[in-house]
Design a protein around this ligand. Sequence first.
Ligand code: NAD
Ligand code: UFG
Length: 332
Amino acid sequence: MNILITGGAGYIGSHTCIALLGAGHKVIVADNFYNSAIETIDKIQEVTNKKIIIYKNDITNYFELESIFNENPIDGVIHFAGYKAVDESIKRPLDYYYNNVLSTINIAKICTKYNVKKIVFSSSATVYGNNMPPFVEKMKLQPSINPYGETKVMSERILMDMVNANFTFKVSILRYFNPVGAHESGLIGENPNGKPNNLMPYITQVAKGKLEKLRVFGNDYPTIDGTGVRDYIHVMDLAEGHVAALNNIKQGTNIYNLGTGKGTSVLELVNAFEEANNVKIPYEITSRRPGDIAQAYADPSKANKELKWEAKRDLLSMCRDAWRFEKNNKTL
Ligand code: NAD
Ligand code: UFG
């Protein structure tokens, strides 16, 4: 299939390009490089030895988007493009609503106009809010802890309503848990601008000596060791989940959790990183980070069964691959 990947130069998008090219699909990337670099496209081509068609386009601009559909036959779209930092969404809510919701409206409109029936959308476990894990797809959503989560709920709703108006569409909404790690080549990975917000890139920068020590946000949660528990998933497993989602896409709207189903605490992840890479991660316990929940992990059984997919890579591989990328690609 010819697949348009919006945000394909970003962290999850770039790994998904590799998985799709490996599965024999043709890939067209549209990205405005707000949070990524054009060099990533060269690296994907180097790893796969395959060509990508690339558009430096903004998905909020309908006319820029339409030029891609005029110039290429498109069988399906994977819509990654969006802003993703929870903290920033609280400070700049309008930018988040504008970018994330308008880009989804444009994708829904253009797919309707050009009769492109297959859409895969990047949603987030954040839509489950304070529900009790393991999270299952049919839970009532509680996203209102931050504007970022609201943009995901709104985008999901827009796509569902599009399908309700025309039931020949096939939409898969993928709710990701915590993607970490990097492609095993060490050529592409997660490269956040400035000081990282997320745990794994923070750990790799401490390991490299770029940051002095990790701050563990709270050790008084009702969890195994008091620190926050998350469902870390190797980004290549997540990428392969998109290939499975496309191969098994069904009529109507279908929602899937892409996670491992296993919860890991902050200190367990630190220990795994030290063990996998034989490096020391100095840390201190600080107060809780506002807006954090104690535990988030998936019930991935629907995706396992219907998409015939499951996450295969373990925590040690996630730690090894994240560290290999950090060592190879960044300077102090
Ligand atoms: P990322 O920032 O690395 O990638 C997003 C890409 O989209 C970037 O290359 C950016 O330049 C591009 N982009 C943003 N707005 C655009 C626009 N208007 N037009 C064109 N390109 C635009 O983020 P990621 O981690 O790869 O996340 C991809 C998607 O998955 C996002 O929608 C994010 O909300 C969702 N998600 C991510 C996580 C996570 O922990 N990384 C978890 C759950 C969901
Ligand atoms: N943490 C620390 N210190 C840090 C960073 C994080 O202790 O420096 C802790 C957090 O308190 C939390 C855990 O590590 O317990 C994971 O935090 P992350 O920031 O890595 O990830 P979150 O689960 O908070 O959020 C991520 C994405 C969201 C997405 C969500 C989906 O950032 O966009 O996963 O589950 F919605």
